[in-house]
Design a binder for this molecule. Structure first.
Ligand code: KIV
Length: 262
C-alpha cells in the first residue's frame, strides 16, 4: 500500500481497511492479514495507557510506538498520529515533530482539525510528507466539545464539515479520517472529494473504515460504542487461556516432560 494505492482504491470504489496497532507484535499480526494499513493512533493513550482521553499523549510516546510498529511490520503502510498540540506550536516545532514520526518509520502523519492547519499541511505535503486529515469527532478537542459527542448534527455544523473536508483536500491531504458523524453527511463528504475518506462511526458511505485493534478483537470490555463491531471475543479467549495456564500449573501438568531441558 502506498499513497498512490489510496487514490486508486478511491477511483476504483474499493473500500480501504485500516486498523490501529501500537507495538511490534500486533503490527506483525496485522501485516500477516489483508488489512490495508496501520494507524499508530494517539488512542494509545486510552487503549494502552489507561487515560480517559488522548490529551496526555506526547510526541515521544508516539515516536516510540511508531518505531515499534515499524519493527514488527517492515513493509506495512504506517500512519503516525500527531498527538495533542504537536502541530500547533509553530512551524519549526511542528516540522520537528513530523520528522520524529517519519524518522521513527511512519509513511505518513495524521493530524486532527482543519481550521488553522491548512497552510501547515500544505508546507508538510510540499516537504514530501503525506498527510492524513481527521475531522468530525477529533478526540484531542474533547474538552472543547464537552465530551465525546457525535459531530455534524446541525445544518451549520454539516456545512462547516463539508467545507473543512474540501479545505483539507485542497491543502494536499491524501486521505482523511471522519469520526462519529451522521452516516448521511459522511457519505456526502466522501462523494464531494476525490481523496478517500476513512470512517469510524460514520456509516457505510465512506471510502473505508478504521477501528482500534483492541476494540475489534473484543479485548476492550469496558468500551462498546455503537459503531464498534467485535470480530472476536478476545477478552474471554485470553482470560480462558490464562485460567488454563493457572490450572495446569496448580495441577502440576505444566510444564510436562517435552517442555523442559534435560
Ligand atoms: O487515534 C486513533 O486511533 C484514531 C482512530 C480511532 C481514527 O484517531
Amino acid at each position: 500500500m502506498t499513497v498512490v494505492d489510496f487514490a486508486k482504491k478511491k477511483r476504483g470504489g474499493i473500500p480501504i481497511s485500516m486498523v490501529t496497532s501500537y507495538d511490534s507484535w500486533s503490527a506483525a499480526l496485522v501485516a500477516q492479514s489483508q488489512v490495508d494499513c496501520i494507524l499508530v493512533g494517539d488512542s494509545i493513550g486510552m487503549t494502552l495507557y489507561g487515560y480517559t482521553d488522548t490529551v496526555p499523549v506526547t510526541i515521544e510516546t508516539m515516536a516510540a510506538h511508531v518505531a515499534a510498529a515499524r519493527r514488527g511490520a517492515p513493509e506495512a503502510f504506517i500512519v503516525g498520529d500527531m498527538p495533542f498540540l504537536a502541530h500547533r506550536m509553530g512551524l519549526e516545532r511542528t516540522m520537528e515533530n513530523v520528522a520524529r514520526l517519519m524518522r521513527a518509520g511512519a509513511n505518513a502523519v495524521k493530524m486532527e482539525g482543519a481550521a488553522g492547519n491548512t497552510d501547515l499541511i500544505r508546507h508538510i505535503v510540499e516537504s514530501g510528507v503525506p498527510v492524513m486529515g481527521h475531522l468530525g469527532l477529533t478526540p484531542q478537542s474533547v474538552h472543547a466539545f464537552g465530551g465525546f459527542r457525535v459531530q455534524g448534527k446541525s445544518q451549520n455544523a454539516q456545512k462547516r464539515l463539508l467545507e473543512d473536508v474540501r479545505m483539507l483536500e485542497d491543502s494536499g491531504c491524501f486521505s482523511l479520517v471522519l469520526e462519529a458523524v451522521p452516516a448521511a453527511i459522511a457519505a456526502q463528504a466522501s462523494e464531494s472529494v476525490s481523496i478517500p475518506i476513512i470512517g469510524i462511526g460514520a456509516g457505510t458511505g465512506t471510502d473505508g473504515q478504521v477501528l482500534v485493534l483492541q476494540d475489534l478483537l473484543g479485548l476492550n470490555t469496558d468500551f462498546k460504542p455503537k459503531f464498534v463491531r467485535r470480530f472476536l471475543d478476545g477478552a474471554s479467549l485470553v482470560v480462558g487461556a490464562l485460567n488454563d495456564y493457572h490450572r495446569e500449573i496448580t495441577a502440576g501438568t505444566f510444564p510436562d516432560e517435552t517442555e523442559r531441558y534435560e
